[in-house]
Design a protein around this ligand. Structure first.
Ligand code: SAM
Length: 286
């Protein structure tokens, strides 16, 4: 089996195949054994599990997933990487490659077709240009998966894991925490990739919740309140909510709602707990 975490091996593949890294597809391939180990061990795979990988590239992580899981399905958009990937995985039989854009895939149907009845875990070194859309695509679809263990830009990981009241806490923190419990696994420097990205990275594990931590009458309404509260961070809650086109209430009505919820209207969105967002949303969107 080729050691794909070796920069020498990657350079040989590039020279033999003529493959060129695509910046626009976020192709920063991992060459750090320790980071790979951390992703695989945090994913907690057994031979009874299925692993879903997004963006396998040359298959560096895929090889390890094939060793630890019963079955692996990987989705790669770049058709130029597919023959290389097939070649690099030739020691394994428990994988399926899907050449497609993950954002256009029916992930629920893929899981049903390939992993029916298995416990499924998602693992990936995600392309940074669409990290948040991919994570939200997976979370909002409420897929039957246990967890997502993903390498993402450090700054995005910090926003996801930020507690309320901190400067990193925002709509993304609330949205991800609504569906999953985040846990930072390890920080990874640019030198762990080829080519090196301009930013630092972090592996984060998102363990899916059985149900959201708060009860909301309308999920759409809840997320409208969250987005409106963070849209203009420096505004008071009263102004942010009453100026938002997503909130169908005027200033006086917003003031009444906040007062009924026991929330000072001068507070800013970043100080609200998930429960307080839910209280406000449940009063506006019944
Ligand atoms: N897993 C490999 C590794 O760790 O070395 C490559 C990771 S690289 C950061 C991201 C991978 O995602 C690339 O192979 C890229 O072609 C692929 N990719 C980018 N956009 C994608 C999309 N919309 N759907 C599926 N794969 C995508």
């Amino acid at each position: 089996m080729k050691n794909l975490a070796s920069i020498k091996v990657i350079k040989e593949i590039l020279s033999d195949s003529g493959f060129k890294f695509s910046k626009s597809l976020g192709q920063n391939f991992l060459i750090d054994e320790n980071a790979l180990e951390k992703i695989v061990s945090a994913t907690e795979l057994t031979p009874e599990c299925g692993a879903l990988e997004i963006g396998p590239g040359f298959g560096t992580l895929t090889q390890r997933l094939c060793m630890a899981a019963g079955k692996v399905v990987c989705i790669e958009i770049d058709s130029g990487a597919i023959p290389i990937l097939q070649n690099n995985l030739s020691d394994f039989e428990n994988f399926t490659i899907i050449n497609d854009d993950v954002l256009k895939c029916d992930l629920a149907a893929i899981i049903k077709e390939h992993f029916d009845g298995m416990s499924v875990k998602l693992a990936a070194n995600l392309p940074y240009y669409i990290t948040t859309p991919i994570i939200m695509h997976v979370l909002e679809a409420r897929l039957p998966i246990d967890s997502l263990t993903v390498m993402i830009q450090k700054e995005v990981a910090m926003r996801i894991a930020a507690p309320e009241g901190t400067k990193d806490y925002g709509a993304l923190s609330v949205a991800v925490n609504f569906y999953a419990i985040p846990q930072v696994v390890v920080h990874v420097p640019p030198s762990s990739f080829i080519p090196q990205p301009k930013v630092s990275s972090t592996v984060i594990k998102l363990t899916m919740r059985d149900k959201p931590p708060v009860e909301v009458a309308s999920e759409k309404g809840f997320f409208s309140v969250v987005k409106a509260s963070f849209a203009q961070r420096r505004k008071t809650l009263l102004n942010a909510l009453s100026n938002s086109p997503q909130i169908p209430l005027g200033k006086a009505e917003v003031s009444r709602v906040l007062s009924k919820c026991g929330i000072d209207e001068k507070r800013r969105g970043e100080t609200l707990t998930m429960q307080e967002f839910a209280d406000v949303a449940n009063m506006i969107f019944k």
